[in-house]
Design a protein around this ligand. Structure first.
Ligand code: FMN
Length: 185
């Protein structure tokens, strides 16, 4: 059992957070969710309140006394999904001005996995530069771009093609999506 931090922002795509939390729980892990205030609103607006059923801990996003604010706590890594351009910018600038951004900063300084899943289109230069900066600092940026070659038939299956990639980069072995095999066309 590992402890993971799940950062949820006010970007669209709350279902990505729900499915990530659900699969982490299925794998037997502990999930600490940090949801920004816009994140709470978008989770409700997109009908994803079931996210909270998969969270073991839900510290307030301004509770800097929470364990994940400190590098001494034993977290295995963090995913920010979906990641707004606002939070992306704050993480890239190292502002640490809420618990989500502080926890991401801690992951980078402790050289722990930080997966960032931005959701916006199109990107402006500021977004792209922030992604570059985070990548240089050690984060892995995974676009919320699902794949279609596994022929998903439901929204959950489609979303899981992104979640499988997130989990892979956390070092978690799953069979959510079968690996690509050569086919005759
Ligand atoms: C329904 C809805 C969808 C949104 N989708 C996005 C989005 O996909 N990407 C984004 O960067 N911001 C999006 N926003 C705007 C963010 O919620 C807003 O910039 C907010 O300040 C982000 O704050 P946070 O990073 O603290 O969560 C959306 C807002 C609403 C109300």
């Amino acid at each position: 059992m590992s402890r993971y931090i799940l950062g949820v922002t006010g970007a669209s795509g709350a279902i990505y957070a729900t499915r990530t939390a659900m699969h982490l729980k299925k794998l037997g892990h502990h999930v600490t969710a940090l949801v920004t205030s816009p994140g709470c609103e978008v989770v409700a607006y997109e009908g994803q309140e079931s996210l909270y059923d998969y969270c073991d801990e839900l510290p307030g996003v301004n509770d800097f006394f929470a364990e994940c604010a400190s590098g001494s706590a034993d977290y295995a890594g963090m995913v920010v999904v979906p990641c707004s351009m606002g939070t992306l910018g704050r993480m890239a600038a190292g502002t640490s001005d809420n618990l989500l951004v502080r926890s991401a900063d801690v992951c980078l300084k402790e050289r722990r996995p930080l997966i960032v899943v931005p959701r916006e289109m199109p990107y402006n230069l500021i977004h792209l530069e922030n992604m570059e900066r985070l990548t240089r600092a050690g984060a892995v940026v995974i676009a919320a771009s699902p794949q279609f070659y596994s022929k998903p038939t439901t929204m959950e299956e489609l979303v899981d093609t992104v979640v499988a990639k997130i989990l892979k980069h956390l070092g978690e072995e799953t069979k959510i999506v079968e690996p690509w095999k050569k086919v005759d066309v």
